[in-house]
Design a protein around this ligand. Structure first.
Ligand code: NAD
Ligand code: TYD
Length: 357
């Protein structure tokens, strides 16, 4: 891992991964290719441990020539591919960009990697790897009694987001089978932690609760997600990149499966403890049940035996400790929150798409 291309490194998981990788491999050079959409911000990368070994390129993963130039200039040996449109709600309002970035963008990256690593084999570095970061949502929804998703579970995506990620997973595997591209894939459950854009459940609830605004739970709030603290995800990806078998897929999850209602109540309980004199105390009084998301998946759960048994990874953070860290981070980074929300035109987006709130 001399020269690592990270795509989408200005987003939530990508920026946490870049910091993690710099701590683990101070000798690696990291090139971050990011289009700086509403979800990406250079504000996420102001505190890198080794800024001198980091290069930022603003560009689109759908642009072959941009990626080709990066491979040429930096002799890329490892790709860690995060860049994507990542929010299910936005994929319902406007699926087109999800098809473009998640499918066409992944295809374009694969084409450049194939060109440099396979076609021009004699010039390619020895230890090349294309790691694709994907989601548990490709497997669809579980009934209450169903066993957790395994790596062998059939794909059954429900939303335009999960369908586009499923397509990208298939493309990555096809490039391994057809061209021998050295790939690995991780399918991970819902992440939370520092630097997550406040449209996702946990930061949205922290932000609204501290501002005394309603906490909108979709439907009956009994949907279940398998929450993982972002640093645990970064460690899992690092394990797979350094020790994972080429061609393999690994499931990653938090072994934490509360309902949305339970998780929001936990956030409210912690905030009650921090702010006993808040006018919003008890914060759970802010919970409001709103119209359900169309096609809303009921339950996700990940079986993480393979990555545990083969690579020795397991999550370190409990939900309680991870939530406390996350809440502390958001409370201490109010200016980050205002800046990224403002730069992204988030308020306007909400007003346009959720008039009823
Ligand atoms: P994010 O939305 O926070 O960040 C995505 C980043 O990709 C942003 O910086 C954005 O600017 C960039 N980007 C978008 N389109 C681009 C393009 N065309 N070219 C270059 N850059 C582009 O997403 P995230 O939550 O950090 O997720 C990262 C990856 O992990 C995604 O592939 C997502 O599917 C996957 N994943 C996310 C979760 C989760 O809970 N957040 C869970 C499992 C898997
Ligand atoms: P989200 O963070 O959007 O992630 P994903 O859809 O990828 O799982 O949502 C997590 C869960 O929280 C999901 O079941 C939808 C629900 N949710 C709400 O109930 N209210 C909200 O305002 C949001 C954003 C999500």
């Amino acid at each position: 891992m001399d020269n690592v291309l990270v795509t989408g490194g200005a987003g939530f998981i990508g920026c946490n991964f870049i910091r993690y990788l710099q701590e683990q491999c101070p000798q690696s050079k990291i090139i971050n290719l990011d289009a700086l959409t509403y979800a990406g911000s250079t504000e996420n990368l102001t505190d890198l441990p080794s800024p001198e070994r980091y290069t930022f390129v603003e560009g689109d993963i759908c642009q072959y020539s941009t990626i080709e130039k990066i491979f040429q200039e930096h002799k890329i040996d490892t790709v860690v591919h995060f860049a994507a449109e990542s929010h299910v709600d936005r994929s319902i309002h406007g699926p087109g960009q999800f098809i473009q970035t998640n499918i066409v963008g992944t295809f374009t990256l694969l084409e450049v990697a194939r060109h440099f690593w396979i076609t021009k084999k004699e010039e390619a570095p020895q230890n090349t790897r294309f790691h694709h970061v994907s989601t548990d949502e490709v497997f669809g929804s579980l009934e209450p009694e169903d066993p957790a998703f395994q790596e062998t579970t059939s794909y059954d995506p429900s939303s335009p987001y999960s369908a586009s990620k499923a397509s990208s997973d298939h493309l990555v595997r096809a490039y391994s089978h057809t061209y021998g591209l050295p790939i690995t894939i991780t399918n991970c459950s819902n992440n939370y932690g520092p630097n997550q854009f406040p449209e996702k459940l946990i930061p949205l609830m922290i932000m609204n609760a501290t501002q005394g605004k309603p906490l909108p739970l979709y439907g009956d709030g009994q949907q279940v997600r398998d929450w993982l603290y972002v640093e645990d995800h970064c460690e899992a990806i690092f394990c797979v990149i350094t020790k994972g078998k080429l061609g393999e897929t690994y499931n990653v999850g938090g072994d934490n499966q509360p309902s949305n209602r339970e998780i929001v109540q936990s956030i409210c309980r912690i905030l009650d403890e921090y702010f006993p004199n808040s006018p919003s105390h008890p914060h759970k009084s802010l919970i409001t049940f709103v119209k359900d998301r169309p096609g809303h998946d009921r339950r996700y759960a990940m079986n993480i035996d393979k990555i545990h048994q083969d690579l020795g990874w397991q999550p370190r953070e409990s939900l309680e400790s991870g939530l406390r860290k996350t809440i502390d981070w958001y409370l201490n980074n109010g200016s980050w929150l205002s800046k990224v929300s403002q730069d992204a035109g988030y308020e306007q987006w909400l007003q346009k798409n959720y008039k009823e709130r």
